[in-house]
Structures are given as structure tokens and as C-alpha cells.
Design a protein around this ligand. Structure first.
Ligand SMILES: [Fe+2]
Ligand SMILES: [Fe+2]
Length: 273
């Protein structure tokens, strides 16, 4: 991937997928290390919130088959969190410190762009129904896939490896489950107004998940191959893939969902949830 840089960048080092490992991490520019640690901390935090949060939703699953699958999804999210915390540990950062970094409470990391803010806790709402769990898997994990696939080509080899070998595959299964269950809900659920209202909420949230439009930081993260593709590029991929997945569902309600998506996308970040 070719970077067309509009800004002067400080580093003479060249970056490509997997070019940085534990042994030369300390040779990278200071801001490379800051960004990478922050990204790892935010990712571990989000995976952990996903895993612990989903446990609160077990009782919303309509039967033991679905309860079993979402408990497996929860287990996998905790597994992902553990993998990322292990990388952080090897960089000398404990889980506790990592959480402080993810929450922006540690001074030296405060200047990092807002796009790296931790994923919001999406599971705490007591009003949530099974429909919300399904849309969360379909749309939020759907967005997460693009972030993970981006890291699967990043310059930091340990992160590249876990994303490419394990996390990407498992996240795709989570989205597949969401898609399958959403198709079922469309057939069974008669409250179409509620479906459209919740879809709007989760789709907007999933667009916001990628962070603000590209600027100076995006350029630098792309140059460093920390995030080879920018927030806006990932957001576009997500919009396209969700349409592709909806095309496979082919239910009459998707005739209403597509214009709804277009009207949300025509607004600007942050998309109203
Ligand atoms: Fe995950
Ligand atoms: Fe997931």
C-alpha cells in the first residue's frame, strides 16, 4: 500500500506489515511506541468489555442453543483480551496500567487522538432485548472485523499475528451468527417499527465506532503501518459489507433498511445514535 503523505513525518525508518517486533520496538520513534501501546490498551479493553458484557445478556437469549453460542462468543472475547494483554505484558505494561491508558487516565498518553478512545460499553442498557444482542453481533462485530483485518496487516508483528491467525476468524463467526439471527428475527418479529428503530441505533453506533474523519493522526498511523487503512476507509468498507450481507438476507424489510442506512450515512460524524 502506497502512502501519499501530505505532512512531514519525523521518522526515517520505513514501516511495512510485520516490520516491528519485540526486539526492535524500542528503536521505533517515541510516538510510534505511544500510539501502538495506546491501540493495544484500547483493543484489550474493548475485547474485555465485550466478553464480560455479554455475560449480562445470557437471560435474553430465547433458548439454550442461542445461550450456548453467545457464551462461546463471550469466551472468545475474553480470549482475545488475554492475547492482547499478554503482548502488553511483554512490553512491560500490566493489565491495570493498560486499563488506565485505555481510559485516558495516564498523563503521557493523553495527547493521542480521540479516534483511539475506548469502545463504549454497549451492554449496560437495561432496555436491551434479544434484538439488540443480535444487532450488536451483526453491526458492531461487523465494524470490528475491519479494524481487526487492518491490524492483521500492521507493522507490529505480535499484533499482526494474533489478528490474522485467530481474532479475525472468530470475529467473522460472531458476525455470521448476528446475520443468521437477524434474518430469523425478520421472519418471526412482527414489530417492524421496533426493528427499524433499533437498526438505526446500532448502525449509527457502528459507524461511530471507527472514530472521527481522517486528519493528521490518520496520516501518521497509516505511515507507521499501525493502521494501514484510515478510519474513513474502514467505515466505507463496513458500509459496503453490511449491504452485501443484507443482500443475502433478501427479506422485504431490507427495502426499508437500505434507505435508512443511506439517510444515516448522509449525516456527518458523530452519527446520531
Ligand atoms: Fe473479539
Ligand atoms: Fe466479537
Amino acid at each position: 500500500m502506497q502512502n501519499n503523505l501530505k505532512y512531514d513525518l519525523p521518522s526515517k525508518m520505513s514501516f511495512s506489515p510485520g516490520s516491528v517486533n519485540y526486539d526492535n520496538f524500542k528503536d521505533t520513534p517515541e510516538d510510534y511506541q505511544t500510539y501502538m501501546i495506546r491501540i493495544l490498551a484500547v483493543m484489550a479493553y474493548a475485547e474485555n468489555v465485550g466478553g464480560t458484557g455479554i455475560a449480562l445478556l445470557f437471560n435474553l437469549a430465547p433458548d439454550v442453543e442461542r445461550r450456548y453460542i453467545i457464551s462461546q462468543i463471550g469466551y472468545e472475547e475474553i480470549k482475545h483480551a488475554r492475547m492482547v494483554y499478554r503482548i502488553l505484558n511483554r512490553l512491560g505494561i500490566s493489565e491495570n496500567t493498560s486499563v488506565q491508558i485505555a481510559l485516558g487516565k495516564t498523563g503521557e498518553f493523553n495527547s493521542v487522538n480521540n479516534s483511539l478512545k475506548p469502545a463504549e460499553e454497549t451492554y449496560g442498557d437495561e432496555e436491551n432485548q434479544w434484538l439488540d444482542v443480535v444487532l450488536n453481533c451483526f453491526l458492531m462485530d461487523g465494524a470490528g472485523i475491519h479494524v481487526i483485518d487492518n491490524y492483521a496487516e500492521c507493522s507490529f508483528q505480535p499484533l499482526l499475528e494474533i489478528c490474522r491467525d485467530i481474532i479475525s476468524k472468530e470475529e467473522k463467526m460472531h458476525v455470521g451468527f448476528g446475520q443468521h439471527e437477524f434474518a430469523k428475527l425478520l421472519d418471526e418479529h412482527d414489530d417492524t417499527e421496533l426493528i427499524l428503530e433499533r437498526y438505526k441505533h446500532w448502525y449509527s453506533k457502528s459507524l461511530n465506532f471507527f472514530g472521527p474523519p481522517d486528519g493528521r493522526t490518520a496520516e501518521k498511523l497509516s505511515h507507521y503501518y499501525i493502521k494501514p487503512r484510515t478510519n474513513d476507509q474502514l467505515r466505507k468498507r463496513h458500509m459496503k459489507e453490511i449491504r452485501h450481507r443484507l443482500g443475502k438476507i433478501s427479506h422485504k424489510l431490507t427495502d426499508y433498511i437500505l434507505p435508512l442506512m443511506e439517510s444515516i450515512e448522509s449525516q456527518t460524524y458523530p452519527f446520531p445514535e
